[in-house]
Design a protein around this ligand. Structure first.
Ligand code: GTP
Length: 246
């Protein structure tokens, strides 16, 4: 097995299927089945989920809402998605814990790093909700941060395309897909995989990012098995060198 502990980053939009808004139960069920498949292989799975299917803080702030308030609303949206995914996972028999970066004890555990690690060791899937709990940070940055904190082997960043391309493959038929690319190239070329804060955090801590298409059935399993799926974003030496933060 190539990876033992993964941090899966799912965007809010991935939860809405073709509905254009909100949570599509059939789509969430598909995602839950993909996760269950990885869990059944003995992989420890942690998840950070976005909220863009319900509320996008950045867009609201462009339209005049105060940025911090808009971001807090976006964080609440991620909690709704986390509960929806937990429900689908538990229906499939996958034990799951939701931990929220903003305390709301009645519906989720508070985020406690050591407890999250313990859950993972016990085979429970942990969903991190409410981003980092701070405005001005994206859920991509939350994914990088949590991945580092729990000592994940990789961030698996789910997207609509099957990897990183030299240009937009939807618009440019000559776009070339990379099998792997360095963090610096992603930043220099301005490739919009994750925001620059998230990429820099991964670069500084040598945490690889696997960009892949979540809609492809069995993709999570294939990546974990080391098959050629998606694009690996990594440092020059291609391996994680720093000691894991246990
Ligand atoms: P172990 O201590 O390893 O057995 O983990 P556990 O999560 O099974 O035990 P715990 O007694 O901490 O939690 C039992 C249930 O309560 C789980 O479903 C937790 O997610 C939930 N739980 C724990 N703490 C909180 C909390 O602060 N708020 C909410 N809403 N649920 C919590």
């Amino acid at each position: 097995m190539k990876f033992k502990r993964i941090l899966l980053k799912i965007s809010g939009e991935a939860m809405m299927g073709d509905k254009g808004y909100g949570v599509d139960p059939a789509t969430v069920d598909f995602i839950a089945r993909e996760i269950k498949d990885a869990v059944s292989m003995g992989i420890q799975v942690a998840i950070v989920i976005g909220g863009g299917n319900i509320f996008r803080g950045v867009e609201a702030s462009v339209q005049g809402m105060e940025r911090a308030s808009a971001d807090y609303m976006g964080m609440l949206a991620t909690v709704i998605n986390a509960l929806a995914l937990q429900n689908s996972l538990e229906k499939l028999g996958v034990p799951t814990r939701v931990q929220s970066a903003i305390e709301m004890k009645e519906l989720a555990e508070p985020y406690i790093r050591r407890k999250a690690i313990r859950h993972l060791e016990k085979g429970r899937t942990v969903i991190f909700a409410a981003g980092t709990g701070n405005p001005y940070f994206t859920t991509d940055t939350a994914a990088s941060l949590r991945a580092m904190e729990i000592g994940a082997d990789v961030i698996m960043k789910a997207t609509k395309v099957d990897g990183v391309y030299s240009s937009d493959p939807m618009k440019d038929p000559k776009a070339k897909k990379y099998d792997s690319i360095t963090y610096l190239d992603v930043l220099k070329k301005g490739l919009s995989i994750m925001d620059s804060t998230a990429i820099s955090l991964c670069m500084d801590n040598d945490l690889p990012i696997m960009v892949f298409n979540l809609k492809g059935k069995g993709n999570i399993r294939k990546i974990v098995e080391g098959k050629k799926v998606g694009t690996l974003v990594r440092g020059n030496n291609g391996a994680r060198t720093k000691k894991k933060n246990k």
